[in-house]
Write a protein that binds this ligand. Structure first.
Ligand code: GLU
Length: 288
């Protein structure tokens, strides 16, 4: 692979059937790679065992193949790689950048409500920092007692460990200055598994040599945090191209819960892959 090879990826979570919005995103990434003579990767982001289902994973592969998309190399399945994510967490923990958080969702909500005003970040209200202030003894005792805990990034410590100004490259916009602090202390490992969306996606994009991350603009804020993780862990910084989201006739974002047509339903209704691709590119007209 030459250093200039473009590598893109489509990284759905198998929590349901693909709809037209997914098809748009997948085609975007696939085209960007194919037009550049590059590589297009497929990754299943299935770390949330409560929401992901193997039958949806199978359906995603089938639906993409039906649509005429081909991918290079094996499909990476995140839930098969916990040891790799754990190793990345260990590197951060060794530098004192993580702390265990024992809080439940309800406890956090209560704290936030009590504070009166809750600054909001891209993932919701910012964590009030309760467990950051626990003593080493209390942490050790609660861990020893078997209390479940997540791992959070200590944002202040993390920011002190990287250059004062970080940037990511957004295609068509140029260098964007990162503001990772808007996330507060984000969760990098959930209570159930040694990983979180932010950690695993950034890890895998680096590991798989992705050079151009294409995804919906709803995930653009997350890039501020991903760039910080790259800087902390010495991972390369890919370029980014966030695309507009497909909307229905009333301007609402296509979503499964609103009954956006699935590729499966369109196929069963007799639509051909060519027709569906045309529908996607038509719906995508006017979105940048
Ligand atoms: N797995 C994420 C999702 O399905 C997308 C991850 C990404 O493209 O960064 O929303």
């Amino acid at each position: 692979m030459s250093p200039a090879t473009v590598v893109t990826r489509f990284a759905p979570s198998p929590t349901g059937l693909l709809h037209l919005g997914h098809a748009y995103s997948a085609l975007w990434a696939w085209q960007a790679a194919r037009e550049a003579g590059g590589r297009f990767l497929l990754r299943l982001e299935d770390i949330d065992a409560t929401r992901c289902r193997p039958e949806y994973a199978t359906a995603i592969l089938e639906d993409l193949a039906w649509l005429g998309l081909d991918w290079d190399g094996p499909v990476r399945v995140q839930s098969e790689h916990w040891a790799e994510y754990r190793a990345a967490l260990d590197r951060l923990a060794m530098r004192g950048l993580l702390y265990p958080c024992f809080c439940t969702r309800a406890e956090i909500q209560r704290e936030v409500a009590m504070a009166g005003h809750a600054p909001h970040g891209p993932d919701g209200p910012l964590y009030p920092g309760t467990c950051r202030r626990l003593s080493a003894e209390v942490r050790a005792a609660r861990q020893a007692a078997g209390e479940p805990f997540a791992l959070r990034l200590d944002m202040a410590a993390a920011l002190a460990a990287v250059p004062p100004a970080l940037f990511f490259e957004e295609r068509g916009e140029g260098q964007i200055r990162c503001d990772p602090a808007q996330f507060g202390d984000p969760v990098l490992a959930r209570k159930e598994v040694p990983g979180s969306y932010h950690l695993c996606v950034t890890h895998d994009d680096a590991l798989q040599g992705v050079t151009l991350v294409t995804r919906g603009e709803d995930l653009k804020p997350a890039t501020h945090l991903h760039r910080l993780l790259q800087a902390l862990l010495g991972w390369p910084a890919p370029a980014y191209a966030h695309h507009a989201l497909l909307r229905d006739a009333s301007g609402r974002r296509l979503a499964k819960r609103d009954g956006a047509p699935t590729l499966r339903a369109l196929r069963e209704a007799g639509r051909s892959p060519e027709e569906v691709r045309a529908m996607v590119s038509q719906a995508g007209t006017g979105v940048s």
